[in-house]
Ligand binder design. Structure first.
Ligand code: PHE
Length: 447
């Protein structure tokens, strides 16, 4: 490894990987996806997907990364040189690029809401007022492009400074703070009038409402939330020291990420129902619901800005991990210097983000796309945030399970983990359960 690549300290990996996993996927995407997919049943399928499909893939990605010490393209190439496997890596680099382009728009909106909160714009706000505020913000083209640019610049700035210097430091204090704020919101939300209806929607599975689309949405959400299927965890794994216990770290990361998402649901759904809103209203739900909640809580004027600030930072630790994939690729494979890679790739992602910035809400450019009946941003979330990650995860599972072979992966995992009691179970899940389920779910959704 050259200095240009860098590496994590012991605790650094858990922090950085949890920082990558916890972000808008938990607080913005999870609640509206639950809402659009009927509530409790989706939550149940989601939890099963995390344990049965995503966790084995998470361990595979980190192990592959640590073993090869490379970006996704390089990792496949290192183990099976001269084969088409490297295209799985290229798909990951492309997905990273595209995810960054829309993710930074939502992250920018979060930052914008921080400014609204701190300037007191939530005070006395009604449900209708919050809706109007959201529409006004996302349908202001200039503002959206500005927040996109600001967020990409922040991301580029950190990535340019390198992995250990930039990324680790951010996660250490801020994650526990975010968690503390979430607990405050939880208490307020659960004690709202009408909270019970929200909890029921969130927790009670309605098996009669089952549709195959629920499963594909849950699986895609599991990959997105754990940052899987595009090589983020391969790349982060490449900075992991040999003394790190990979399976235990992976378990903690999955647990922590899932816990935050579940807590987010307990905040959002009582609030939605107590405000008489539609849980299936789509990707603006979080921004519509929370301002009213803050206005209704003691110290809301402090908690509100703090929440949006911390969420912006959580989003930043995710965008950093997304940009890191193409940047590590450019450093390893193209010999670019880190700074140059970060600025150039970030700059292009920003340009690619413009259609997403202009395509949100119900009216405006790139909204209500004819064939798809959704906005450009929502379409991009579907294609790059769900579908391409599922395809990537499928190939990663097949690669590690069948081409590299689980016994080699287990040998790598044992460094730092010692004797692995569950190695056999993991191998079985990765070779048979995850890929078969992913394939079956993808095929059933196409048919
Ligand atoms: N997991 C991140 C989140 O939940 C998003 C992400 C997706 C990050 C893919 C990296 C790779 O916000």
């Amino acid at each position: 490894m050259t200095d240009n690549r860098g590496s994590f300290s012991r605790i650094g990996f858990i922090l950085a990987a949890a920082g990558s996993a916890v972000g808008l996927g938990n607080l913005w995407k999870f609640p509206y996806t639950v809402g659009e997919n009927g509530g409790g049943l989706f939550v149940l399928v989601y939890l099963i997907s995390i344990v049965v499909i995503a966790l084995p893939v998470l361990m595979a990605e980190v192990t592959l990364g640590r073993h090869t010490g490379k970006n996704p393209v390089g990792a496949f190439g290192a183990i099976r040189p001269g084969t088409p496997w490297k295209w799985v890596g290229y798909l990951g680099v492309a997905s990273g690029f595209m995810i960054l382009s829309f993710y930074a728009v939502i992250a920018g909106t979060t930052l914008g809401y921080f400014l609204k909160a701190i300037t007191g714009q939530f005070s006395g706000i009604t449900t209708e007022g919050a809706a109007a505020m959201y529409t006004g913000f996302v349908q202001n083209p200039l503002l959206q492009i500005i927040v996109l640019a600001v967020f990409i610049l922040l991301t580029v700035y950190v990535v340019a400074r390198g992995v250990s210097g930039g990324i680790e430091k951010f996660s250490k204090i801020l994650m526990p703070m975010l968690f503390g704020i979430l607990l405050l919101l939880l208490v307020r939300s659960l004690t709202l009038n009408g909270a019970a209806a929200g909890i029921e929607f969130y927790l009670k599975p309605d098996f009669k409402a089952f549709k195959p689309s629920i499963i594909i949405a849950a699986m895609g959400q599991a990959f997105f939330s754990l940052s899987l299927g595009m090589g983020t965890m391969i790349t982060y794994g490449s900075y992991v020291p040999k003394k790190e216990n990979v399976p235990v770290s992976a378990g903690w990361i999955a647990f922590f990420d899932t816990f935050i998402a579940i807590v987010a649901g307990f905040i959002i759904f009582p609030a939605i129902f107590s405000q008489g809103m539609d849980p299936a209203a789509g990707s603006g739900v979080m921004f519509n619901v929370l301002p009213v909640l803050f206005d209704k809580m003691p110290l809301g004027a402090v908690v509100g800005p703090l929440f949006f600030l911390l969420l912006s930072i959580a989003a930043l630790t995710s965008t950093i991990s997304i940009l890191e994939v193409p940047v590590a690729f450019a450093i390893d494979e193209k010999g670019w210097d880190r700074k140059k890679a970060a600025y150039i790739i970030g700059g292009i992602a920003m340009v690619f983000g413009i259609p997403s910035a202009l395509g949100q809400g119900a009216v405006g450019f790139f909204t209500n796309l004819p064939l798809f009946h959704m906005s450009f941003l929502d379409l991009w979330v579907e294609i790059w945030g769900n579908l391409s990650l599922s395809i990537g995860a499928l190939f990663i599972a097949i690669f590690v399970g069948w081409s590299w072979k689980t016994k080699n992966a287990i040998a790598e995992m044992k460094e730092g983990a010692g004797d692995l009691k569950f190695a056999g179970l993991w191998a079985f899940m990765l070779k048979y359960v995850s890929p078969v389920l992913i394939l079956a779910i993808l095929l059933s959704s196409i048919l």
